[in-house]
Design a protein around this ligand. Structure first.
Ligand code: ADP
Ligand code: MG
Length: 693
């Protein structure tokens, strides 16, 4: 008997070629076959009388051959007429061999399985699976027939055969795949036992609830989905423990420096900002690395919070790294921090991929010897050749573009004294709390749930692009009143080059249509210095209108800009639109966002644009985005691994997320050794990858 942890090549009939195909489905060990669950089921457990068939039914029929002939219609086919006393039906084959043709003597009994369709002779089964039977002696299937996710060259019967072997291996040695959730816990959380679930799902009884199975909500499916979610949750917790096993510098003494900084700000902090700062301060005081995610809607003032956290590190004689996902945003943070910190005598350095030659060497030297107290940049900051003297805090803006791996990699940057830096991660993606707790189980969560006072909501309208001239007139009008505008070009093509070309063409057209205005352009292919120069000119009011690609999506802050046109908004996700729109409405004048769509819109697009018109609340938009696009898209696939789950579906299984945390706690308390088993079982190699960094 093959063991569950053996390679699939140990199974009867599996050679290298088949093993390769299985590997494409993520199946390497025999046990993996057990977790390869059916997509759907067919009912071959009963024979349906021909007279009761209707088109569209997937059925087993059995009848006597009345006639078989090759007919010539539009395509030559073999037509076999079957009768069972209740009615007559045709089996039709477009591909057939002479031998096959010979089988169907009048009088032999055929059992066929397929979908009934309305054809030339009445109801027909096209290319049914069939066999010749002896009436009353050939039993029907005794359980529902699973249909598995398959791949080129791997047939369903083949997969079924292999999975049957795996089930037999499980029965022979149940201890080889233990139920990691102990009995008492299963009882408390009302979860069916693992082996029972696997048997049920691979071989459901004839009376199984097909509808629930089809919708993925059968208790056995939910048990496995919960187990998978649990494994992901536990692996993130492990990441957290691994990071926190190292010490961090305790940073208790930022208060007076922070007070000096706050005093020089032109505004006072919101209550939410102060609350989050307290949460951060409490983390920083201890010698355990902070792992905190700050969520705050666009414009909620996350940058100031980051700056204040940075000051705590500086007061504690540590360096601070501030990492942003794009050069444009990093550059903006750099300027903010530099201007804010100059009066306090704190040096801020800049490091990005494009910084080259001597300037780069100098900056790296200043980072290494500690002269640079704050270093702002892109992920270039975390390359191997960048060494900090004493990194105490790493701030990562717009978390959704970074992943667990980068977070782990940060541990190595503390360097001197083997200390791990505290981590502060900021995101404007306002994902619901339960989802956040699963996707970011390695992080503590703070929410800035209040916007600074005096903001006026952005009025949003959707306008068909045939009314472009009106929109242009609107820009003219706004700029005549001293305000500024963005024009955002979106393109469906992946190619950045094409996007930039389109943006250039738009800039040219708008320059011509609005000769009295100063029109600027910023896109992803420009040099950092060029981009910065354009942004500066826009910020200083030297440009009236800024044409941009979605590079301005995150973080760009120009309060006098009060009008934004977004071309082809139907191509973007809601959260992305919300981010873009967040570039306006930052000052106190009333702001507008024009969604310039290309008709006709699908019902789905119309619904999405309506959401944008109706609300400016990032959480509501995120909820809707989740509903319309699903969590994989919204969270991005890279950073969590949650999007590539085998069984669980974050949307369908959302209610399970609420049970996850109590279950994880109970398991860690009562059967801590099970965590490892679960992580291996469900994350396999990926778990290894988290662990290696
Ligand atoms: P985000 O959270 O989107 O990163 P920013 O940090 O860019 O937001 O802040 C948006 C704008 O609000 C900036 O111009 C910032 O100076 C300003 N701001 C931040 N906090 C406050 C506050 N408490 N009162 C008034 N304005 C604030
Ligand atoms: Mg920001």
């Amino acid at each position: 008997m093959t063991r569950l942890d053996a390679s699939v090549t140990e199974l009867t009939g599996v050679g290298e070629a088949l093993a390769g195909k299985l590997a494409r489905l993520g199946i390497r060990q025999v046990a993996d076959l057990l977790l390869h669950l059916p997509l759907r089921y067919q009912d071959r457990t009963r024979i349906t009388p021909i007279g009761t068939l209707r088109a569209g039914m997937e059925v087993v029929v059995e009848g006597e051959v009345a006639a078989a002939e090759v007919v010539k219609g539009r395509r030559r086919s073999l037509l076999v007429r079957l009768k069972d006393g209740s009615g007559i039906l045709s089996l039709r084959f477009f591909h057939f061999s002479p031998a096959q043709q010979q089988q169907f003597h009048p009088g032999v009994v055929v059992r066929g399985f397929g979908e009934a369709r309305a054809g030339a002779t009445g109801l027909e089964l096209y290319h049914p699976e069939y066999r010749l039977v002896t009436p009353g002696e050939t039993p029907v299937e005794d359980h529902l027939t699973p249909i598995y996710p398959a791949t080129e060259g791997l047939t369903q019967p083949r997969l079924r055969g292999l999975i049957a072997q795996a089930l037999a291996a499980l029965d022979a040695d149940p201890a080889a795949l233990p139920d990691a959730i102990p009995g008492p816990l299963r009882e408390r959380f009302r979860l069916p036992e693992l082996h029972a679930c696997l048997h049920y799902l691979h071989e459901p009884p004839p009376d199984a609830d097909l509808e629930r199975l089809a919708s993925g909500t059968h208790p056995t499916q939910r048990r496995l989905a919960l187990e998978e979610l649990l494994a992901h949750q536990l692996s993130l917790r492990q990441v957290r423990l691994r990071i926190q096993a190292d010490g961090a510098p305790a940073l208790p003494s930022g208060r007076s420096l922070q007070a000096r900084f706050v005093a020089q700000l032109p505004f006072s902090l919101t209550g939410a900002q102060r609350r989050v700062l307290d949460e951060i301060a409490r983390d920083l005081e201890t010698e355990r690395p902070m792992l905190r995610l700050v969520q705050g809607d666009v414009g909620s003032g996350k940058t100031v919070v980051a700056a204040l956290a940075a000051l705590a590190a500086i007061a504690g004689d540590c360096q601070v790294a501030v990492m942003a996902p794009t050069e444009l945003l990093a550059e903006q943070h750099f300027r903010n921090f530099r201007d804010w910190f100059a009066p306090l005598g704190v040096d801020v350095a800049w490091l990005a991929g494009k910084l080259k030659g001597k300037a780069r060497l100098d900056t790296k030297a200043a980072i290494a010897d500690g002269r640079a107290r704050v270093v702002v940049g892109t992920h270039a900051l975390f390359q191997d050749d960048v060494h900090f003297q004493r990194l105490g805090l790493a701030i990562v803006d717009e978390q959704h573009r970074f992943g667990v791996h980068q977070r782990l990699a940060l541990r190595q940057k503390g360097e001197a004294g083997g200390l791990t830096p505290h981590q502060l991660i900021m995101t404007a993606t306002p994902i619901p709390r339960t989802l956040a707790m699963s996707a970011y189980a390695d992080l503590d969560l703070s929410v800035i749930d209040e916007l600074p006072p005096g903001r006026t909501p952005v009025q949003t309208v959707a306008v068909a692009d045939e009314r472009r001239p009106e929109v242009v007139a609107r820009i003219r009008h706004a700029c005549a009143e001293g305000r500024q505008a963005y024009w955002v070009c979106t393109l469906i093509e992946e190619s950045e080059a094409l996007q930039c070309q389109a943006a250039e063409a738009t800039r040219d057209a708008l320059t011509e249509a609005l000769p009295e205005l100063a029109v600027g352009l910023v896109h992803g292919r420009m040099k950092a210095a060029e981009k910065a120069a354009v942004m500066d000119a826009f910020k200083a009011g030297e440009l009236d209108l800024l044409v941009a690609t979605t590079v301005i999506e995150v973080g760009v802050d120009v309060p006098n800009a009060s009008l934004m046109i977004i071309e082809n908004p139907e191509r973007l996700g809601l959260s992305q639109l919300h981010q873009l729109r967040g570039r306006v409405g930052r000052g106190s004048t009333e702001s507008f966002c024009v969604l310039l769509y290309h008709p006709p819109l699908s019902a789905h697009s119309r619904e999405r644009l309506a959401v944008m018109r109706e609300t400016g609340d990032g959480f509501r938009i995120a909820e809707k985005d989740l509903e319309l696009r699903g969590p994989g898209e919204v969270l991005g696939t890279r950073q969590t691994g949650l999007a590539q789950m085998k069984i669980a579906d974050l949307e369908r299984d959302r209610d399970l997320l609420e049970r996850l945390d109590p279950l994880a706690r109970a398991l860690l308390a009562e059967a801590p050794e099970a965590a490892e088993t679960l992580i291996r079982r469900w994350l396999g190699e990926e778990a290894g990858r988290y662990g290696q960094v």
